[in-house]
Design a protein around this ligand. Structure first.
Ligand SMILES: C[S@@+](CC[C@H](N)C(=O)[O-])C[C@H]1O[C@@H](n2cnc3c(N)ncnc32)[C@H](O)[C@@H]1O
Length: 308
């Protein structure tokens, strides 16, 4: 029986109240532009026009998903971003056990604003996972001067997504930390294959997006690899403080890890609640029997136990 708990609310307050050293890993994809998930921008997204959400140009006649434009951040917004990540980092390092890993999605334009506050809070940078994925970011000719500058691209067309890999310092040697806290390293793919930092990944499949139509839904095939690696002994609790449509929690369920998801938006929260069991089943060879049992929980929390 694999258990997961979902909370509707602000993750910063939740982490503040959470017992120290009670989370084994954090795998998350935060609102790194901050702006895109404000009430005003979400309203524009849901109305289908305006704001930072833009539909990338279509070259093949296919309907595109809206993407947030991060280049439009002002200096003041960048400062707010740093200060948000500083608050996040201080809470994250407190709730993690020694040696606990944090995998955090960013993008090539803003990763420095996310990484620095994490290091200032005491995290060790352990590397970066490169998710190789075709994106529709960049690659455009100068606006309104396409034919004049037909051979110019303003920014590189982006073909990767960085995920920062951080660790709370271990207590003593890695082996001691592994024995005491079940953390400090990353789970190997197999006995002769370590976890690697370049992962080929397709964009999230339409079938997954139909289950959880969140604008930033990450694919199960990729998330399961990260989540699996985050608990070196396969024991402990994975936290996603910015759960969105629930892809991290579904991945944890699929690999048999206990997890906790937090989401502040009620629409996305309900979407995740419904989607997690279905996403966890997605693409799995042996059809798991998913029987959800929901325990009584405080008003803002729902605890699910699923039999896989
Ligand atoms: C980039 S999305 C995560 C998408 C997710 N990885 C998925 O695959 O669906 C970030 C999410 O964080 C939520 N969020 C923003 N601020 C939050 C906060 N303070 N506490 C909890 N959730 C928050 C947003 O509503 C949004 O759904």
């Amino acid at each position: 029986m694999t258990r997961y708990s979902l909370y509707l609310g602000d993750c910063l307050s939740w982490m503040e109240k959470r017992e120290a050293q009670s989370i084994t890993s954090i795998v998350t994809d935060p609102p790194y532009g901050l702006k895109e998930y404000t009430a005003a921008e979400k309203e524009k997204l849901r109305n289908g026009h305006g704001g930072v959400w833009r539909i990338p140009p279509s070259f093949d006649g296919c309907k595109r998903q809206p993407l947030p434009r991060f280049t439009v951040l002002t200096d003041a917004e960048r400062q707010r971003l740093r200060s948000f990540f500083s608050q996040f980092a201080q809470r994250a390092i407190r709730v993690l056990v020694p040696g606990g890993h944090l995998f955090i999605a960013t993008n090539p334009l803003l990763s420095h604003l996310v990484y620095l506050p994490l290091m200032e809070a005491g995290f060790e940078k352990r590397g970066e996972v490169i998710r190789l994925v075709k994106t529709l970011r960049g690659g455009d000719r100068p606006k309104n001067a396409h034919s004049e500058f037909a051979h110019v691209t303003v920014m590189p067309r982006s073909g990767w997504e960085p995920w920062g890999v951080f660790r709370k310092p271990c207590e003593g040697r890695v082996q001691d930390n592994l024995r005491k806290w079940k953390s400090g390293g990353l789970r190997r793919i197999s006995s002769d294959k370590p976890f690697e930092d370049v992962i080929r990944s397709a964009p999230t499949r339409a079938a997954e997006r139909a289950i959880a139509p969140h604008p930033s839904l990450k694919p199960q095939a990729f998330m399961r690899q990260l989540v699996r690696a985050s608990l070196p002994l396969g024991v402990g609790t994975v936290l996603d403080p910015f759960m969105g449509g629930g892809s991290t929690i579904a991945a944890a369920l699929a690999v048999g890890y206990e997890s906790i998801g937090i989401e502040s938006d009620p629409v996305f929260y309900r979407m995740a609640e419904r989607a997690i069991p279905k996403l966890a089943e997605f693409g799995s060879e042996d059809k798991p029997s998913v029987t959800a049992s929901v325990r009584r929980a405080p008003r803002d929390e729902r605890i699910f136990s699923l039999q896989f």
